[in-house]
Design a protein around this ligand. Structure first.
Ligand SMILES: Cc1ncc(C[n+]2csc(CCOP(=O)(O)OP(=O)(O)O)c2C)c(N)n1
Length: 1002
């Protein structure tokens, strides 16, 4: 057959599109026509085109209009095949075979050039010289994993361009090719020689910057980055900019040198080898002010933190230097080491004449735990500023390379980026990639060429940059901030640097990385490298550089002298989120009323049991049943757990307290007891949010189901809770034990954040808890863990005659641990969080069976003014009437109270067994407990729990009770166990039977 055009003119009027396309397809095999047409009409494309044609024929406008011409021509009177032929196809029908070959060759070359350009865009980063040490190349990683020998010169190039050496070779280098639309390397030129194309692509993609962006879903994002990277001259800097970069480098390098000279043996995790991070941050801060950002919330790891505090956050040098000497602290608390402390400042940016607030969050040693915290904080600040799109407030999170690739919480943080209730509208992540984690090489620490690969699963671009090329560093910083502000999406900057010294200043890196450190010893500092460059360009003189160095050294010396005069350490000076005016405006000795008026109870409870109008909103029948039950309870003046909660939330919202409540499935409630959001049964996605429409001018109720992440979400909510005292933040675990996967947040923020950094949080953590036959992992909220972290001294019983004892206990506690058994007590506890003149985290064991159990009910009278949170609930039944007859006094906490109560009723032992429920386990209610102990003089005293003996509150309560009573007490519990509960029904029943027998044994 030969040539494509031999099929001549097709009349396709009555033919189906398939037959036309299939004819093309068969031609493809017979004919020798362009490979472009070939790829256009592949078998699968034929199917696609047919389907699309049918759509188009049915409804014009149903597909993109760019297809109109094509299909018009197919369905027109006659189709000229030539019309849809490749643009490279000659029109003449008398082509010779020589012509054809030439044309084919030309097409092949053009396509190869197009592919080549795309190859560089997609994979150029693999060849980028981002490692200042020149020891590693991303391409080598891939070569190694393919078992190829790296020494095979030029082989790495094939990873990037598969065309060079195969289709394109030296003889084509001076041929001129038309540039496709999808590149900006030409600038105003539309065609370039192959040599020039490669040269420009190498410059853009394979020098100091490795850009990963073609994986992005949004073509606008791709085009934006392409344009910022490829446009000729994009990386050029003005003289002013260059001089500014030089000055910034001088400061960064000289500060580290100063530390090293003055305190050579002091741990500070110096930035040496990565000092251009200061240039990166400064460029971001400057540019962000131009783009409307008013506040940057930052977090970072240890590496170079002091330098960032000084040169970016503008913390007073005096304060930093003073931290190097031992000083008595002004405030109580443990404080923290200098490279964990936070700060905030309102900075004036000269380049833009604008102010910006920059804060650095205090963070613990556990790497990356601060990441979710800081995004939560950012979101909260956006909320308070009414910044719904993240125009004004932005997060910057800095990471180490080993931690960024190793810690799962990085993903748990980044995956929140696009969730409506959690997004911060794009964060900037900066990896201080010194290519080592303590003593471990990346090749033993991750399974991917880059430490930043987690970014790919959240659709974020990554810019790898050689830290020794300061201008490239400034350039990617600017592109990143512009990208974030335009698209409101995460972006990652991977600053590839090295660590000039050991992990800390005490370490000898030659022990473990001799080869790398031999190379490092030969490296010049980045200010020297850049200084030489600028001198050779005639932009600075030696005198300029020396002048800047001297100027900065003078400043350092001046502050060094001032620091000598500082005699006391004030942790307050390092606070990162001040609550201006809150403490001053409150009476420190007063807890506000937690009870609410009858009218409020009425309004909230009636609203909570009312469905929306049926004509407007169709709720599920089951919800209607629940509401009917609620209404019945309201008519009886009784509240269950859900109602107690609604009364607490509703009244706080009325009082303008913003509530944020998240966790897995919290909107309905895991056990389907809450139902704060109804779903329209006939309209997809339509919801009715019950407590959002309670009072016309109420505060915002941010109730949101969260992703299935405990570590990430709890960290986030802790960050949110730091933002303001006029806020109730609650995180609820699906089952209490799931909080285990968020353990670092408890250990490093919630339980000791105030002690380390004087930053208070009123977060409430709700942990469904109870041994009720649900198996090992759905039973226990592991209250023993939280009790073990309480910071009181069990040998030190407070002054029980002091009327302010309870408040003083609370004030000095690191957190509050409760297991409450009545809806009214839950209500008062929640409201007390706001009524206190300070903020404390609450760890609350919440009920499961109790949610619907009649024992867990309260009368409305228990919510009225004058009522308050009961730290312990003494016996009020028959036993209390004749205390001298009581044989057994059981102290307990939580759901076991139901078992005790039911049993003694059943066995008619109500007058012989007294029960005191300890609702607030920490701080321990010594006063109430002692009163009960004294009241039942003849009774034998036990602590009773349903948990296994080595778990639950027993061990915590035991020492306190024994110290208080001055005698030993016994425990009634399940036997010790490794698991928190059995998963075998038979075993559960047996254990329960034995527990019950012990309870009623007189
Ligand atoms: C969760 C956690 N695991 C381990 C450590 C101990 N540790 C502190 S720094 C460090 C190395 C971190 O390497 P990288 O993230 O690359 O940061 P670099 O110190 O190199 O700047 C390790 C293992 C820690 N602080 N936190």
């Amino acid at each position: 057959m030969g040539h494509f055009t031999r099929y001549g003119i097709f009349n396709v009027k009555r033919a189906t599109i398939t037959s036309v396309l299939q004819t093309f397809w068969s031609c493809k095999h017979k004919a020798d026509y362009s490979s472009r047409a070939e790829s256009f009409l592949t078998g699968s494309n034929v199917n696609y085109l047919e389907a699309q044609y049918l759509d188009w024929a049915k409804t014009k406008g149903s597909i993109d209009s760019s297809w109109d011409n094509f299909y018009d021509s197919l369905s027109g009177p006659a189709l000229q095949i030539e019309d849809i032929q490749d643009e490279f196809k000659p029109k003449s029908k008398q082509d010779t075979s020589k012509d054809k070959e030439a044309i084919t060759e030309k097409i092949k070359l053009h396509l190869a050039v197009q592919n080549l350009i795309r190859s560089y865009q997609a994979r150029g980063h693999l060849l980028a010289k981002t490692d200042p040490l020149g020891l590693s190349l991303a391409a080598s990683y891939i070569m190694k994993s393919k078992n190829a020998t790296l020494e095979t010169k030029g082989l790495e190039c094939r990873i990037v361009s598969r065309e060079i050496g195969r289709i394109l070779c030296e003889k084509h280098m001076d041929m001129v090719f038309k540039l496709p639309d999808r590149t900006c390397i030409g600038g105003t030129e539309t065609e370039l020689s192959l040599r020039e194309i490669i040269h420009r692509l190498e410059n853009v993609y394979c020098r100091s910057i490795g850009t990963e962006y073609l994986h992005l879903f949004d073509i606008d994002c791709i085009n934006f980055i392409r344009e910022r990277m490829e446009t000729p001259g994009a990386l050029d800097k003005s003289v002013e900019e260059k001089r500014l970069i030089m000055r910034r480098l001088t400061k960064a390098v000289f500060l580290e040198k100063y530390f090293a000279t003055k305190w050579p043996a002091e741990k500070r995790f110096g930035l040496e080898g990565g000092e251009s991070m200061v240039v990166m941050l400064e460029e971001i801060v400057d540019t962000s002010t131009k783009l409307g950002v008013e506040s940057i919330v930052m977090a970072m790891q240890h590496r170079g933190r002091l330098n960032m505090l000084v040169n970016v956050c503008r913390k007073q040098l005096t304060d930093i230097f003073a931290q190097f000497k031992p000083m008595e602290p002004k405030e109580a608390g443990s404080g923290d080491i200098k490279y964990h402390l936070g700060t905030y400042i309102h900075r004036f940016i000269r380049r833009t004449n604008k102010y910006i607030k920059v804060s650095m969050s205090a963070n613990p040693s556990h790497l990356e735990v601060v990441s979710p915290v800081v995004v939560g904080k950012t979101r909260a600040e956006q909320y308070w500023k009414g910044d719904n799109n993240g125009d004004k407030v932005m997060a910057i999170i800095m990471h180490g390379d080993a931690a960024f690739s190793g810690q799962g919480v990085v993903y748990e943080t980044m995956h929140l980026g696009n969730l409506p209730a959690f997004t911060t509208h794009g964060s900037i992540h900066i990896v201080c990639n010194n290519q080592i984690g303590y003593t471990t090489d990346p090749r033993f620490a991750r399974s991917s060429p880059y430490c930043s690969d987690v970014a790919k699963c959240v659709d974020a671009p990554v810019f790898h940059v050689n830290a020794d090329d300061a201008e490239a560093v400034a350039h990617v910083a600017r592109v990143a901030i512009e990208y974030r502000c335009k698209f409101k999406k995460d972006v990652v900057l991977d600053l590839v640097c090295y660590r000039r010294f050991g992990h800390s200043e005490e370490d000898e890196p030659m022990f473990t990385q001799p080869f790398m450190y031999k190379k490092i010893k030969s490296m010049q500092t980045v200010d020297k490298i850049y200084g030489e460059k600028l001198k050779s360009e005639g932009i600075v003189t030696d005198a300029d550089v020396k002048g800047w160095e001297k100027e900065y050294m003078d400043t350092l010396n001046r502050h060094f002298e001032l620091a000598k005069k500082v005699t006391k350490l004030s942790i307050m000076d390092w606070i990162d989120t001040p609550w201006t005016g809150f403490f001053e405006a409150r009476d420190p000795k007063k807890v506000e009323e937690t009870g609410i008026s009858e009218t409020s109870i009425n309004t909230i409870s009636r609203h909570f049991c009312k469905a929306p109008e049926p004509w407007a909103f169709e709720v599920h029948k089951g919800v209607n049943r629940i509401l009917a039950n609620r209404e019945k309870m309201v008519n009886e003046g009784v509240a269950d757990w859900a109602m107690g909660e609604a009364l607490a939330f509703g009244s706080l919202l009325r009082d303008k307290i913003h509530i944020r409540f998240t966790g897995e499935d919290v909107e309905r409630g895991t056990m389907a007891h809450r139902h704060h959001v109804y779903h329209h049964q006939g309209v997809d996605g339509a919801t009715y949010r019950v407590l959002d429409v309670l009072y016309p001018d109420q505060a915002n109720y941010a109730l949101h189901n969260s992703s299935l992440s405990e570590f990430g979400i709890l960290g986030y909510e802790v960050g949110y809770s730091y933002s303001s005292p006029q806020l109730l933040t609650i995180w609820e675990a699906q089952y209490g034990d799931f909080a285990d996967t968020a353990q670092p947040v408890f250990d490093t923020f919630i339980c000791n954040g105030e002690s380390k950094w004087v930053c208070q949080s009123g977060i409430v953590v709700q942990l469904p808890h109870g041994v009720d036959g649900a198996g090992p992992e759905h039973s226990s909220g592991r209250v023993e863990r939280y009790l073990q972290a309480c910071d009181d001294d069990e040998d030190n019983i407070p002054d029980l005659d002091d009327k302010e004892m309870a408040l003083k206990q609370l004030r000095s506690a690191n957190w509050i641990v409760c297991n409450v058994t009545t809806p009214a007590n839950y209500f008062h506890l929640i409201r007390r969080q706001i009524a206190l003149p300070f903020r404390k985290p609450v760890i609350l064991m919440t009920p499961k069976v109790g949610l619907k159990h009649p024992f867990y009910r309260s009368k409305f009278s228990e919510f009225l003014p004058g009522t308050c949170f009961q730290r312990a609930i003494p016996e009020t039944g028959p036993a209390s009437k004749k205390p001298e007859c009581v044989k057994k006094l059981l102290f307990c906490s939580g759901k076991v109270a139901i078992t005790i109560d039911e049993l003694r009723k059943e066995k008619k032992l109500e007058d012989q067994i007294a029960m005191c429920r300890i609702e607030q386990l920490f701080p321990f209610p010594y006063d109430i407990v002692l009163q009960e102990f004294c009241k039942y003089e003849c009774a034998k005293v036990y602590f009773c729990q349903e948990e296994h003996k080595n778990q639950g509150p027993w061990l915590f309560a035991k020492v306190r009770l024994e110290n208080l009573f001055g005698k030993k007490i016994e425990c009634i519990s399940r036997p010790p166990s490794a698991a928190s509960a059995t998963g075998i029904k038979w075993m559960h029943a047996k254990e329960l039977k034995e527990l019950k027998e012990k309870i009623i044994k007189i």
